[in-house]
Design a protein around this ligand. Structure first.
Ligand code: AMP
Ligand code: ZN
Length: 448
């Protein structure tokens, strides 16, 4: 039985999907105006673990990930600058070129992290017609009002609005800046459609009721889910930053427009910090997957570092800890290399392993279980399915030529020809191979 923490009920619950065999999941994806950083990828790594855990629990997973390629504003409060417009200006490109460039980069890193391909990757700009239908439905049902800069959702008309994030609306109101959007009826109201104002240079725009505009930033998730997955889905995932605004607003729009519960489970991962600081441009700690590569780490070292901690826990990243994760991954690959060469009895139970991670994605306990047991090759295959660390594929068996060298070195050593055995040892090191003497005789291992 899989147990997951659910933000709807604020408790860990037994997971059962609506359809006993198939699970529908939606993940809020990146805004594609710059490179995704390791903080962003930590969230997708946890959701990859979720998908893999569901699959090994026997479910078929139907998962949609969206790409926010439509400009939305850089603050949660529907003001500020449009992120894609900003990126385009900075790089001297069109907003469409910016979106394409960063989608390519995102997917390249996504694949390098060996993540399960979502059933559907949906680009927000492909759903503008559906967005407009949703806007029209909300207008028709009386949930909106129009201001000088857009069409707003009146959150006072959705009685459960504050529940999801346990929002204190009175406190929010008290803390609001006075000068801020006086046309809004309630502090928590949000734009579902923004108007392009006369003289405003906004490259992405569509026509609604005879005037140009563009969707508010929560809209796409509601429409994509409705179009691709249907009315109520099983699991919706995102970062904790999404709880008070983005997901709260998605729920309001969807449940008011379609009259159905949006999702049964809502999972959020905590933000990682780096050397104790939050990830931010001004601190210069926005590392990309390529930055890790430049420092000699595989994307899979980072994936293992992420899996060492819990998705709801405090995660602090440092390069020292990444180096430990790299060593752990190497030690596991060398255990696979040993398993190619020596048969030992497995002390590992796949049922136990799956049960550990099925307990609200407790991957760190699973990793300790792997460290403390002997695994056969079948077990390692299972671990590859569960964690997606590509351990077996990154541990190729050595070639016949290397095996010959290993044997030649062994004979040279036996006949006390140390000059030859040392030369062969150095040659093997050049091939990233070292020899370990064990009670079962010498075996090869990878050096790195
Ligand atoms: P964005 O492209 O800004 O919408 O972010 C994409 C995803 O990364 C969202 O689910 C965010 O919640 C998540 N995210 C952003 N920063 C971090 C961080 N430091 N740690 C973990 N997740 C993050
Ligand atoms: Zn979303």
């Amino acid at each position: 039985m899989l147990k997951l923490y659910n933000q709807l009920t604020k408790s860990v619950e037994d997971f059962t999907p609506l359809d006993p065999k198939n699970v529908k999941i939606y993940t809020c994806g990146p805004t594609v105006y710059s490179y995704a950083h390791i903080g962003n990828f930590s969230s997708y790594i946890y959701w990859d673990l979720l998908v893999r855990t569901l699959t090994l629990n026997g479910y078929t997973v139907n998962r949609v990930l969206n790409l926010t390629d439509v400009g939305h504003l850089s603050s949660d409060a529907d003001d500020g600058e449009d992120k894609l417009e900003k990126g385009a200006k900075k790089e001297g490109k069109t907003v469409w070129q910016i979106a394409d460039k960063y989608i390519d980069a995102f997917l390249k890193d996504f694949h390098a992290l060996n993540m399960v391909e979502p059933t559907k990757i949906a680009r927000a700009t492909d759903y503008i017609d559906e967005d407009l239908e949703l806007v029209q439905t909300l207008i028709d049902k009386g949930y909106t009002y129009t201001t000088g800069d857009g069409i707003y959702f009146d959150t006072s008309k959705f009685k459960d609005y504050a529940n999801f994030a346990r929002l204190d609306l009175e406190k929010l109101k008290a803390g609001a800046r006075v000068e801020f959007n006086k046309e809004k009826k309630n502090i928590s109201d949000f734009a579902i459609w923004k108007f392009v104002r006369p003289g405003e240079n906004h490259a992405m725009q569509w026509d609604f009721e005879g005037r140009p505009g563009y969707p508010g930033w929560h809209l796409e998730c509601s429409t994509i889910i409705h179009a691709e997955l249907g009315e109520t889905i099983d699991i919706h995932t995102g970062g904790i930053d999404h709880i008070p605004v983005h997901h709260t607003n998605e729920i309001a729009q969807t449940e008011c427009a379609y009259g159905k519960k949006m999702a049964n489970f809502w999972l959020h991962c905590n933000f990682i910090t780096i050397d104790g600081e939050k990830v931010s441009k001004s601190l210069g700690n926005i590392y990309t997957i390529d930055d890790l590569r430049e420092r000699g780490f595989s994307p899979l070292d980072f994936k293992l570092w992420v899996l060492q901690g819990h998705y709801r826990g405090d995660r602090n990243f440092s390069f020292d800890d990444l180096a430990s994760a790299k060593n752990r991954r190497l030690s596991w690959r060398n255990r696979i290399a040993s398993a190619y060469q020596i048969t030992t009895n497995s002390t590992f139970s796949r049922d136990t392993a799956l049960a550990l991670v099925s307990n609200n994605l407790n991957s760190s306990e699973l990793l300790a279980y792997i460290d403390n047991n002997t695994l056969g090759l079948d077990d390692w295959e299972f671990i590859d399915q569960l964690l997606g660390l590509d351990l077996i594929a990154t541990t190729p068996k050595v070639s016949k030529e290397i095996l010959d060298k290993i044997n030649a070195r062994e004979s040279a050593r036996k006949s006390k020809d140390f000059a030859t055995s040392d030369r062969l040892r150095d040659e093997l090191a050049g091939n990233n191979i070292t020899i370990l003497d064990t009670e079962h005789g010498p075996i090869w291992q990878y050096l790195s």
